[in-house]
Design a binder for this molecule. Structure first.
Ligand code: SF4
Length: 197
């Protein structure tokens, strides 16, 4: 299987429940959505690599046996061969997705699903729901929590390339936790704030 790979690098997870986790990020190219604020380089720049090429690169740079498969949107490519080789080598595997596609047979190999929805999602059961505050309302957050079963619920400020809406996001967090049965938490992009690449 040939994958369109944007980049593979070792770092610390900067967002959500696994903040600080030492992982190798495997970033796949391409997406089935086109959000206004998206960094489009994730859509267009790639090199083709097989699952064995990817494993070889991951093995060279890893500090432990954890990977996060991200994008773009990773689920638009057939992840099974890649997941199989990584799991065979004993990797903890996380995935970051927009939830637009179901994760079926792949689930057997995935240890942690983080979903950042941009519209109505097909995926309904995840470990982490991370909603970007694109002028989102309390009612929209309530809709998400009613539709999606997650262990952890996060709101992230929107970084549109010019500004980051910290203030309105913190306000929204207070408002949702006044009315929600879930415990919503703030997820900041710690890798950007701390200068970790
Ligand atoms: S879902 Fe993510 S990768 Fe896809 S266009 Fe939106 S921000 Fe970009």
């Amino acid at each position: 299987m040939k994958y369109k790979i944007n980049e593979i690098f070792q770092s610390l997870q900067g967002e959500g429940h696994n903040t600080g986790k030492n992982v190798v990020f495997v970033r796949l190219s391409g997406c089935d959505l086109s959000c206004d604020w998206c960094d489009t380089k994730y859509h267009v720049n790639f090199t083709e690599m097989t699952e064995k090429d990817i494993l070889e690169k991951v093995e060279k740079i890893r500090e432990n046996k954890s990977v996060i498969i991200t994008g773009g949107e990773p689920t638009i490519q057939n992840l099974l061969p890649l997941l199989e080789v990584l799991k065979k080598e004993g990797y903890w595997i996380g995935i970051e997705t927009n939830g637009n596609n179901l994760i079926k047979a792949e689930k057997e190999y995935i240890d942690y699903i983080s979903m950042s929805p941009k519209s109505k999602t097909k995926l309904k059961n995840v470990d982490e729901l991370r909603v970007v505050n694109d002028n989102i309302t309390v009612d929209e957050l309530i809709n998400y929590e009613n539709e999606i079963n997650a262990k952890y619920y996060f709101i992230s400020p929107l970084d549109d390339g010019e500004d980051i809406n910290y203030k309105s996001t913190i306000k929204l967090l207070g408002e949702i936790n006044e009315v929600s049965k879930k415990q919503w938490r703030l997820s900041l992009q710690m890798h950007k704030l701390s200068g970790i690449v």
